[in-house]
Every structure is written in C-alpha cells, then in structure tokens.
Design a protein around this ligand. Sequence first.
Ligand SMILES: Nc1ncnc2c1ncn2[C@@H]1O[C@H](COP(=O)(O)OP(=O)(O)OP(=O)(O)O)[C@@H](O)[C@H]1O
Length: 397
Amino acid sequence: MIRFENVSKVYARGARPALDTVSVDVARGEFVFLVGASGSGKSTFLRLALREERPTRGKIYVAGRDLSRLSGWKVPSLRRSIGMVFQDFRLLPNKTVYENVAFALEVIGKPRHAIKTTVPEVLEMVGLDGKEKRRPHELSGGEQQRVAIARAFVNRPPILLADEPTGNLDPTTSLGIMRLLERINRTGTTVVMATHDDEIVNEMRKRVVELSAGHVVRDEAAGVYGERERILPDTAASPVLDAPGQGERQVHRVEVTPETGDLEAEAAAEAAAARASATGSRVQRQGALRRADRRAAATGMTPVVARTAEPAAAEPVPAEPAAAEPAATRPLPAEPAAPAPAATERTPEPAPFSYTVPVPYAATRPVDPSARRPPSDADDVVQQVLRERAVRAGQEG
Ligand SMILES: Nc1ncnc2c1ncn2[C@@H]1O[C@H](COP(=O)(O)OP(=O)(O)OP(=O)(O)O)[C@@H](O)[C@H]1O
C-alpha cells in the first residue's frame, strides 16, 4: 500500500539528508508506528507519502501509484485516498463540527444528499453525535481530534496517516483516540502513525519502524517503543528516579529554572517538575515528563530538560514492572497522581531536582491557541506556584 524504495530526501537548506536511503514496505491493512527522536525524519516520511514533498532519490509507491510519475493534476486524486491527522487538529475555527467534516466531502464534489447521510454516520462512529453544532473552541482537545479523524476518514480512504495525533492530549484521551484509530484500522484502512508516545506504542504492540537521523534503524513486528534513552536523550538525562526492582521511591523537591521569561514555557516546565515529583510510579513519571516535554514544544520552546536529580528522602515502594513488558501483562498506566499543591513545600531541603528550559527556538511550529489542551489540575497547580512566586518576589523586593 505504501512502498519506499531507497528513498532519500535532502531539503534545500538541509545540512544532512532528512531521509537517507530508506526502504519500507507497508502492506494493505497494516498499522505501523513510526518512532524516532525529534528530527529523525518521521514527518518527512509522511509528507513524502502525501506528495507534499518529493524525494531527492528513490521511488515511492502509494495506493498503487508511482509518485515519481504522478502528474500534478493527479495529486488531488492521490490525496483523496489518504486521510491525514495532525497533532494540532487543524480544524476550521469558524465552522461547526458538522461543517468541518462536511467540508472534506464538499471539496471533492460529493452530492449534498450523500454528505447529509455520511457526516452523521462518521460523527457517530467517532463518538461526537450531539455535538454537531459546536465550534472547535467549544470542544475538548480529544473531541477536536475526533473531529479531525472524522474529517480524515469520512471519505473512507484506504490509508490514514497520523503525525503525533495524541501529542496534545492527556493519556486517557490519547487512549480513546488510539482505540478509534484501531477501529478504523480494523475496517481495512492502512494506518501509519508517527509518535513519541511510548506508552501507546508499548501497549498496542503493532509494527514499529524506528528512524534515526534519516535511517531506518529498526523495523519490528509487534514492537515496542524502544530505548527512551536512545530515542529521547533529553529525558534520559534525568536519572531514573526509582529504577525497577530497587524497592525505593525517592521524593524530590522541585526547582524550576526557566531561562526565557516565557510564561508558557515556564508553566510547562513547572508542570513537568510538579508532575515528576508527584509520588507516582516510574512509568507514570516518565509519561508526565514526556507530556510536559510535548507541551513545552507546543509552546515553541525546546523540550524540558531534566538537569539534576538527587534524592531528598526515600520511602519504600513495591518494584515496578519494566516499561517494555508485554502489553498483556501491563495495563496502560493511569494519569499520574495529582501533584502536590506546591512541590517546593513538600520537602525542606532546597533544590536537589532542577529543570530548565534552555534555549527558546524561534517558533518553528506556529502555536494554534485552539489546539491547546483545556486546563487541567496540573495547570491550576502551575498557576498557583507562579502566583506564590510573584507574591514572594514582591515581598523580597
Ligand atoms: N522544510 C524543511 N527544510 C529544511 N529542513 C527541514 C524541513 N523540514 C524538516 N527539515 C529537517 O529534516 C529533518 C527531519 O525533520 P522531520 O520533521 O521529518 O523530523 P521528525 O522526526 O518528524 O521530528 P519531530 O518528531 O520533531 O516532528 C530535521 O533535521 C529537520 O530540521
């Protein structure tokens, strides 16, 4: 259904190939996770399959078409056979849920009566019946992603490509989205999903293709996410706080060191710190770190980096299962335990645990405010911490 033969892609100003001699064959009806560090080439792979980019070398076949021979006027026909879902939903803000989905059919010239029957069906399938008249800003992040999936799937394309579709969502909502994508896959649709979500990849046990600096370094049936340390070295910089089997959980005081003055990045960093210090499991904390990294990235900042971690206190806990344990024996971790109201109040010793948002990078990704997650408890905590900090600063000043 999708075949890359020795495909390389060098962007005009790229220092190195974004993809380098990549060969991947995705059969009809498969579900494939594309994993790899930021910049490893996942989105480039998806864009090439969509003919948004053209390869520098190599051949790409999608839905029976040789993309190198596809003339420009046939590209819309190719794209009709591919549904695309993005991390930031990309809904039309002034259109209702119904209109957003109907629009995808209108632009390909579907008759009005067909649209009238198809749209309600697909909205019911994604669990949004009753919300047809809402606009995107009146929906939660998960609901917005469901609309985006409905829009991508309403034409029943044989292929669905998803670029970090759960990147802006909390774990429970992400799980619902994954169930939906799995259902779509069971209808026979081939799904290729780029993701950093290790919990989901480990849970679902689908084929995993791992990219590293533009090379395929792993192609594994029923695979797992892989070594986080290798794929995401920034979170690996954080020593594992309670390694499995050691039987000890460490409680940490949290100090956040934002260097940018950017409130949103600061909030994201602080949420990471607060969540990471909450007494959850190792897997939960790693999930919290990852989500906070994503949130920091969504604000246009580099991911949160854990710099140091030392124990401030210890309490016994039972040993944890390893993250890579088979899905059958490891339920998807729950949302991390609610962080303490102010992490800094939980232990008396200062700053053994420190986070920083090192360098802002000029917004390479525009931030769509409508794509942001609705506020969570953790956000309230962040706001409270920031308010307290402002009060303290006022007192000291
Ligand atoms: N339009 C572009 N022009 C120049 N270089 C680009 C362009 N798009 C991507 N790149 C570069 O190509 C490489 C691969 O980028 P790509 O977006 O495919 O990675 P990714 O694995 O999807 O990353 P992420 O997980 O952060 O989304 C990176 O080095 C990136 O900087």
